[in-house]
Design a binder for this molecule. Structure first.
Ligand code: SAM
Length: 239
């Protein structure tokens, strides 16, 4: 998969996506990330990428011309069709289901706003969808783009050493993940739930499912309400 990111801070994008699982996916060629700076496509002597808003008021707005030229260059770098996504607090909130959908695309182009955002005409002409990472306002789209690249990148085939680990993560089946424990068996005065040391795989699976259901019920009842539970799940929840 290829992801191009248009940002006034391309070094940030490169560094933020060069570590851990996603960094390794890039090294192995499973994920290609390229950052593009709209400032490199500004045509005036000051390399301006923003200007004052028509109608007055505070803040600056990103100019459509450098953005348009930068986007055209990014598109031309690869023949695969790209979905163009603007990171924006005004988009629907990113979910794991959306991440899965995007991870299956051959190519994404992410746009990072700064200042008050992008000229609306550019958004209307070029953007396929807007996505938010939460109901708060960041100073720029770079962190949001890095979040998206990370979430999508770790789902590329071969990125995780054990693909099953992603399948048991929170949200994948609509529920939160169960708690995890590792050595030592006794950490200070605290032990590990006995069932996890029992070697009884059926009992362990049942315990984990019950923990997932219970945690989701306590912490995210909204998720539970949207999840289709099996009769066995209902029994576990009622226990
Ligand atoms: N004036 C805009 C508004 O109120 O909707 C906010 C602009 S914000 C200061 C600058 C840029 O940060 C946005 O264009 C967007 O790219 C990014 N951004 C801010 N909050 C975000 C969020 N919650 N999710 C995704 N991107 C965000």
């Amino acid at each position: 998969m290829r992801i191009d990111v248009l940002s006034l801070f391309p070094d940030f994008i490169d560094q933020a996506t060069s570590v851990g699982v996603v960094g390794r996916a890039r090294e192995r060629g499973l994920l290609q990330v390229q950052a593009w700076n709209p400032r490199d496509y500004a045509t005036d002597n000051y390399r301006r990428v923003d200007d004052r808003p028509f109608g007055g008021g505070p803040g600056m707005v990103m100019l459509p011309e450098p953005l348009g030229a930068c986007l055209a260059a990014a598109r031309a770098a690869d023949p695969a069709p790209a979905r163009v996504i603007l990171l924006s607090p005004q988009g629907p909130r990113l979910t794991q289901a959306k991440v899965r959908e995007l991870a299956a695309q051959p190519r994404l182009i992410l746009l990072c706003g700064r200042y008050e955002g992008l000229d609306e005409r550019f958004i209307e002409r070029e953007v396929d969808e807007e996505l938010s990472i939460g109901d708060y306002v960041l100073s720029g789209g770079e962190l949001a783009a890095a979040v998206l690249v990370d979430a999508v990148g770790r789902l590329q085939e071969g990125a995780l050493n054990d693909a099953a680990s992603a399948e048991q993560d929170s949200f994948e089946d609509g529920l939160l993940d169960c708690p995890h424990y590792t050595r030592s068996e006794a950490w200070g005065t605290e032990g590990v739930p006995a069932v996890l040391l029992s070697g009884d795989h059926a009992a362990i699976a049942r315990w984990r499912r019950r923990q997932s259901l219970g945690r989701t019920w306590l912490r995210r009842p909204d998720l539970l309400a949207r999840t289709r539970l099996s009769p066995a799940d209902r029994t576990l929840l009622a226990e």
